[in-house]
Design a protein around this ligand. Sequence first.
Ligand SMILES: Nc1nc2c(c(=O)[nH]1)N[C@H]1C(S)=C(S)[C@@H](COP(=O)(O)OP(=O)(O)OC[C@H]3O[C@@H](n4cnc5c(N)ncnc54)[C@H](O)[C@@H]3O)O[C@H]1N2
Ligand code: MOO
Length: 294
Amino acid sequence: MILEEDVRTDGAQVAFNGPLKQGANTRKAGEDVAAGEVILPAGRVLTPADLALASATGLAELTLRKRLRVAVISTGDELVAPGQAAGLGQIYDANRPMLLALVQQFGFEPVDLGRIADDRAALGAALDRAAAVADVILTSGGASAGDEDHVSALLRETGALQEWRMALKPGRPLALGLWAGRPVFGLPGNPVAALVCALVFARPAMGLLAGAAWSVPLGFDVPAGFSKRKKPGRREYLRARMRAGQVEVFKSEGSGRISGLSWAEGLVELPEGGLEIAPGDLVRFIPYASFGMS
Ligand SMILES: Nc1nc2c(c(=O)[nH]1)N[C@H]1C(S)=C(S)[C@@H](COP(=O)(O)OP(=O)(O)OC[C@H]3O[C@@H](n4cnc5c(N)ncnc54)[C@H](O)[C@@H]3O)O[C@H]1N2
Ligand code: MOO
């Protein structure tokens, strides 16, 4: 096959300009995908490209798993809904909209169970409701050790707590439990810690529950555009983004600084050991997209 613009013709004869190659500009039947080949393994989260592949092989229907249902609960007497007036000592509930959108982006079905006061009976009732309608429960707030931290306390006193406190910054007070057989991720209240724990802990676990493979986020070793001294003991995640071939980090590590989550385009992951990072040293940058978030 030769392109018409590469030949000259007077209508009766054809002249070729250059050497001809047999088979050029042709596609062999079956060259892309052979009959009987597995094109989409079970457990795969379907992408737009996968739908093209399935369609191109004539598949009109695919057998899918039901979407994982994920309940999201905010806890805290201090929380008010955006749009309401926030009085003294009150703040807006930022975690619930974030977590509901995140669950949606992960491809799961979010179930909004609202805000619950710092009250153990109310929290227990909310967890009962969540366990009845969802496969997984995400709470935020009340995960640490104060008198008003009821999530970790309730899980502990009912024997539902499986793991508490992680060598992680931010996110140390993460509480993992099982409520009526449903996994509970008791995320810390600080929004940065809540998001990091949701990306690092909840997402791969929910993926497994949804029938997918364990997901390891793709990271890149890139030159640091910052310096930092890190103490040993906890793995750390910094809000970060790539600019001019270097990774820069947000000006504050405060885990209530929500603007940094929005500023960032990913996280820098620093290992558990002590570190002295100088500009130009390679650090691991994990784009938000690698965590399934855009
Ligand atoms: N004795 C200990 N105290 C604390 C520890 C610890 O390990 N032992 N860890 C600290 C760390 S690290 C974090 S993070 C916080 C997390 O604590 P909680 O999960 O109990 O969170 P709260 O106290 O309920 O809230 C913390 C902070 O975040 C605000 N918040 C809560 N929910 C929301 C929401 N939905 N939207 C926006 N902001 C929210 C809340 O008002 C607080 O300001 O514990 C440390 N203490
Ligand atoms: O997890 Mo906390 O966010 O380190 O303050």
